[in-house]
Design a protein around this ligand. Structure first.
Ligand SMILES: Cc1ncc(COP(=O)(O)O)c(C=O)c1O
Length: 387
């Protein structure tokens, strides 16, 4: 990789750079520990167990979960969401979901629906990519087992009404799954509002490395959830059956302790107060990003400004893929173009079929970087339109 200056604005995909503490923790684990977790009893194996316990404990504290045993660890957000979705749903169940979802929710549900295992209702979103809580609640019937809702759209950053849905679902027999991929680490999310399943990767806003994610499973679902994978867990090895208890039942195979060591270091800096502080920082960046983009001629923004520093735009007469390539080549501004693994939202935003150019910042992004990106977009738009 060249040493040219990078203006990294693809935080909605994954956060970068990682802190020295994260890098040091990973190096330390590889060089000095290297043992598998949950398997051995020697000193280094106990150290690996300690890393895993700390990650579970810190996640539980951040999301208001009473018990760290309700947190299972996975290799990415998609794996965590699949563990929740496939683990919960049975033949004949009805599921309500919205067009704002990421494909890591939509595709497993579509798969189950195509194989006639579930009945799926996909609700529209408004022109800003926001789902309507009343519409979601109105769709819940006696057979509804699951409502799946993202906390924030990864295309526009639009916050979805998870608290209202969670509160009002309390009397229904259905369960609520929240995908907090875009918010965990920079916006408070507390399962005590009535969230039954909560999934998030560790490599986005909580600033851990790739290869990390968690699924929170409410105690009421500990028995009900079936494991998507079966295999070694380091416990009850004499049995052909998977352990029945959380979190082992969802964690077949070795955990990625190398990455978890890094995530543990990232989580050490993350407390509920830190989340509020990062939320404020991100809110300021979001404000600058949206306000300055809105002033640019020949640039269309999709979705309303919100608290997350994500903006989806299109430069008139320029394909988003070409725009991203020019921004990278000419200005070192790294963004992402296309559909952003969200198959349905673009139909409502008006950004189909070309998708968008997504500029996404994180809590480590500076205001200068955001301004540099907006200036680069402005220059590209001026060049294309000969101004
Ligand atoms: C809203 C949302 N959900 C789920 C995911 C999936 O996470 P992962 O890439 O870690 O599988 C992403 C990642 O882009 C996302 O933005």
């Amino acid at each position: 990789m060249s040493q040219r200056k990078r203006v990294y604005l693809d935080h909605a995909a994954t956060s970068w750079p990682k802190s020295d503490a994260v890098i040091e923790a990973m190096n330390h684990y590889v060089q000095s520990c290297g043992a598998a977790a949950g398997r051995g009893a020697y000193h280094a194996a106990a150290e690996a167990d300690g890393i895993v316990s700390v990650v579970r404990r810190d996640i539980a504290a951040l999301i208001g979960a009473a018990d760290a045993g309700s947190i299972s660890l996975h290799s990415n957000g998609t794996a965590a969401l699949n563990a929740g979705i496939h683990g919960l749903l049975r033949e004949g169940d009805h599921v309500v979901v919205t067009a704002a979802e990421h494909n890591s929710v939509l595709r497993p549900l579509q798969h189950l629906s195509e194989h006639q295992r579930i009945e799926l209702t996909i609700l529209p979103v408004d022109g800003d990519g926001v789902a309507d809580a009343e519409q979601i609640l109105a769709e819940i019937r006696t057979t509804t087992k699951l409502v799946a809702l993202t906390h924030a759209s990864n295309v526009t950053g639009a916050i979805q009404p998870i608290e209202v849905v969670a509160r009002r679902m309390q009397d229904s027999s259905g369960f609520l799954l929240v995908d907090a991929a875009q918010t965990f680490g920079i916006r408070e999310v507390d399962v005590r509002v009535g969230i039954d399943l909560l999934a998030a990767p560790g490599h986005k806003a909580s600033a851990g490395p790739l290869g990390t994610a968690f699924l929170y499973v409410s105690p009421v679902l500990h028995d009900e959830l079936l494991p998507l994978f079966q295999g070694g867990t380091g416990s009850r090895s004499e049995s052909l059956e998977m352990p029945k208890g959380m979190p082992e039942k969802l964690e077949a195979g070795n955990l990625n302790v190398h990455a978890l060591a890094g995530w543990a270091a990232a989580l050490r800096d993350l407390r509920v107060e830190t989340v509020s502080h990062r939320e404020r920082t991100c809110g300021e960046l979001a404000e600058i990003l949206h306000r300055s983009l809105a002033d640019l001629p020949h640039v269309r923004i999709f979705g309303k400004p919100g608290p997350l520093p994500i903006a989806s735009v299109v430069i008139d007469d320029l394909d988003p893929g070409d725009a991203a390539a020019i921004l990278d080549a000419e200005f070192g501004v790294e963004t992402r173009a296309g559909w952003h693994c969200a198959a349905l939202i673009h139909g409502y935003l008006g950004s189909s079929p070309q998708g968008t150019l997504r500029i996404s910042a994180g809590h480590t992004t500076t205001k200068e970087e955001v301004t540099a990106a907006v200036e680069a977009v402005a220059k590209v738009a001026r060049t294309i339109h000969h101004q």
